[in-house]
Write a protein that binds this ligand. Structure first.
Ligand SMILES: NC(=O)c1ccc[n+]([C@@H]2O[C@H](COP(=O)([O-])OP(=O)(O)OC[C@H]3O[C@@H](n4cnc5c(N)ncnc54)[C@H](OP(=O)(O)O)[C@@H]3O)[C@@H](O)[C@H]2O)c1
Length: 331
């Protein structure tokens, strides 16, 4: 039997719960498992009971790998607790945004840059959900024909903003259907029966922080900051499953059939692309599964080097929990 690892999961919100599922579904060799959140309690995930402990630095004694999915206001719980865990010999895999662009911290998508894991000094960052699904599809194309320009609009599910936001979509939908007014709390605007181009805070050049994450994290993962990337991030009334409309211009001429074949042969991707039969991925198709779904692959009618893709993935699984567990598997 292989070696077992003592694992800690930090946070039992939208991502933390999915981490517990992924560890079990993938038979990760877990020795002792500790689950931390702000307060102690018992939880049930698909019929399995877990004892949640209140997080403390001492709680990380004896742990080998910690998967962080805890929020602490605007920051991740890793800001306070990762240094404490690392001091105790733990390797931390963090879902928060705080360390992703730190040059000392590898930012890893196992299908794209697995070798970067080796550079870690106790901390490995998991990229943003919208970035992960995009780079899984773009990396093979970049390797083959070189990307020059990427223009992406992401249509992001409510659970991407955490459990409270997903709950708000459902309760607000009910309120509106029953004739009551919407009172946004977890989201900046009404999310039920609405769409708004605002994820994160507005900043540099009028782009949001989420839009800059897509740009900078893609550069770091692909080790190429010459790719010109522009993003628009939109919140849509979907519970789980981010969708992206991506325009890419390559350095060389492309043939759509070659791109389709390349993507079919690339890890972590399932191509669903037969519009004549009504076959293309939707957000619901991506929810609950591991693959990144790609469809609507089509040439730019005015540029031989350019094409469009529609990319769908489960933001809580490949976009967060599954990617983190795959990093743990690499370790
Ligand atoms: N949702 C996504 O699609 C997604 C994708 C990629 C990355 N992320 C990142 O993953 C992290 C978690 O997101 P989420 O969507 O799961 O959030 P969430 O649903 O709001 O859950 C947050 C969890 O963090 C726990 N927590 C808060 N402060 C903590 C602390 N100081 N120490 C330990 N645990 C603490 C909470 O504990 P209690 O239950 O006790 O309150 C709760 O269980 C965030 O950093 C987020 O940016 C999320």
């Amino acid at each position: 039997m292989g070696k077992k690892h003592n694992v800690a999961v930090v946070g039992v919100g939208a991502v933390g719960i999915e981490m517990l599922r992924c560890l079990k579904q993938r038979n990760f060799p877990v020795g002792d498992l500790k689950v931390f959140a702000r307060s102690a309690r018992e939880i049930d995930v698909d019929g399995d009971k877990y004892s949640v402990e209140a997080i403390s630095p001492e709680g990380f004694e004896g742990i080998n790998i910690a998967l962080f999915a805890g929020t602490e206001g605007e920051k991740g719980a890793a800001v306070t607790y990762a240094p404490e865990a690392i001091k105790r010999g733990v390797v931390v895999i963090d879902n928060g945004a705080d360390f992703r662009l730190d040059p000392e911290v590898p930012l890893v998508v196992p299908e794209v840059n697995p070798e970067d894991v080796k550079q870690h000094n106790g901390l490995i960052a998991n990229p943003n959900c919208a970035t992960i699904q995009m780079v899984v599809a773009l990396a093979p194309i970049h390797k083959k024909v070189g990307l020059k320009r990427v223009i992406v609009s992401s249509y992001q599910a409510a659970s991407g903003a955490g459990r409270a936001a997903a709950d708000e979509l459902l309760s607000q939908s009910k309120d509106i259907l029953e004739g009551r007014e919407a009172h946004p709390k977890a989201m900046p605007k009404q999310i039920a029966f609405n769409v708004f181009p605002h994820i994160g805070g507005f900043g540099e050049l009028g782009y949001t922080s989420e839009e800059w994450k897509t740009v900078r994290e893609t550069h770091k993962i692909l080790h190429d900051d010459t790719i010109k990337i522009s993003a628009t991030t939109v919140r849509v009334p979907v519970v789980t499953g981010h969708s992206e409309s991506v325009y890419i211009r390559c350095k060389h001429k492309i043939k759509i059939d070659d791109i389709r074949k390349l993507l079919k042969e690339s890890p972590g991707i399932k191509v669903i692309d037969d519009p004549s039969k009504g076959l293309y991925p939707t957000a619901i198709d991506g929810a609950g599964i591991d693959d990144v779904l790609v469809g609507r692959i089509r040439q730019d009618a005015f540029n031989d080097n350019a094409l469009w893709l529609w990319i769908v993935s489960d933001n809580l699984r490949k976009g967060a929990a599954l990617n983190a567990v795959q990093i743990a598997e690499l370790l």
